[in-house]
Design a protein around this ligand. Structure first.
Ligand SMILES: [Zn+2]
Length: 319
């Protein structure tokens, strides 16, 4: 195990405090353990990678990239489109949008259908992109793309910021390529949420070590302010991610094989393999799913009322 240096204990989100070890969680794919450190000042969390010589890319394999049911995809897309339309001031056609970590490109296609000139960046192998989407998706990192200064009207990051090791580098680059008055819209899990606090290492959205950081509303606010964004707003994020976060986290507490329902719904595991290899966990899933869904409704409402939603949307403007 690599010994961490002192600087590693400074919060990478707010730069203020000394991190303290909070709990240990296992990657549900590699089964390796990771320490989760929490910042006492802003409440964000950082995951420490401790396997010497192993790069983060090695934790993204075939089992990570799935395929959502199309009606779920449509609903998620619709709410993302609405979010962009709510915040984007520009009426000039066609406005330019960049989606960082755009997945298979389905959100970009929706925005293009609305008349936006939308492009994306994605690290996943090209076979995961929708047919026809390759022409407007740039492969690889944002830094390598060399987009022009003051170009985009909107930049979106749906569940991608928590995957990036160089937080400040990315945000500074986004600010450079946004037009003055351009908007940045981010959606990330909330480490100070009710679901994160109840379920800890079993929290579905923790996803160590692919999620290198977990933000709190205070942490993301401080970070964006430091980079120079203004009009920063934090609000409850995707209801689907929120609700499913409860259901899968409850199931994770009770089963040996974590995220079984999620992997099944996203075509990452075949029904035959669920039946053959995880029969006991399948039985638990079938018995518990309805009570878990009912409990999740109550937790969902309580979290929303307390302002502690599991997923947060963040809006910021380049001033
Ligand atoms: Zn902090």
């Amino acid at each position: 195990m690599k010994f961490m240096e002192n600087s590693d204990f400074i919060c990478p989100v707010c730069k203020n405090a000394i991190l303290s070890r909070s709990f240990e969680a296992r990657d549900y794919i590699s089964l390796e353990p990771f320490a989760v450190y929490e910042c006492s000042h802003c409440g964000s969390a950082v995951i420490k990678l401790q396997s010497p010589g192993k790069s983060i890319a090695e934790y993204y394999n075939e089992r990570y990239y799935g395929r959502r049911k199309s009606f779920v995809e449509k609903f998620i897309n619709y709410s993302r489109e609405r979010e962009v339309m709510k915040f984007a001031k520009e009426k000039t056609a066609p406005p330019f949008l960049l989606d960082i970590g755009c997945g298979n490109g389905t959100f970009l296609m929706s925005m293009r259908a609305r008349g936006w000139s939308a492009v994306g960046t994605e690290m996943a192998p090209p076979e995961h992109l929708l047919i026809g989407a390759e022409s407007f998706i740039y492969k690889g990192d944002l830094g390598g793309q060399k987009f022009a200064n003051n170009f985009f009207n909107a930049v979106t990051m749906w569940h991608s910021l928590e995957h990036l090791s160089d937080l400040r580098g990315y945000l500074v680059e986004i600010k450079r390529i946004l037009r003055p008055e351009g908007v940045l819209i981010i959606e990330v899990p909330n480490f100070q949420s009710l679901q994160a606090k109840i379920f800890k290492e079993n929290w579905f959205h923790l996803d160590v070590p692919r999620h290198l950081f977990h933000f709190s509303p205070k942490g993301i606010n401080l970070l964006l302010k430091e980079i120079g964004f203004s009009e920063i707003k934090v609000f409850p994020g995707s209801f689907i991610y929120e609700f499913f976060g409860y259901v899968q986290s409850i199931l994770n507490v009770l089963t040996k094989r974590k995220n079984l329902l999620f992997d099944f719904l996203n075509h990452k595991i075949a029904w035959r393999d669920v039946y053959k290899k995880h029969f006991k966990d399948l039985a638990v899933n079938l018995i518990v799913i309805m009570p878990a869904a009912i409990i999740s409704v109550f937790l969902f409402i309580s979290a929303l009322a307390a302002g502690k939603s599991g997923i947060i949307g963040v809006f910021a403007r380049k001033s």
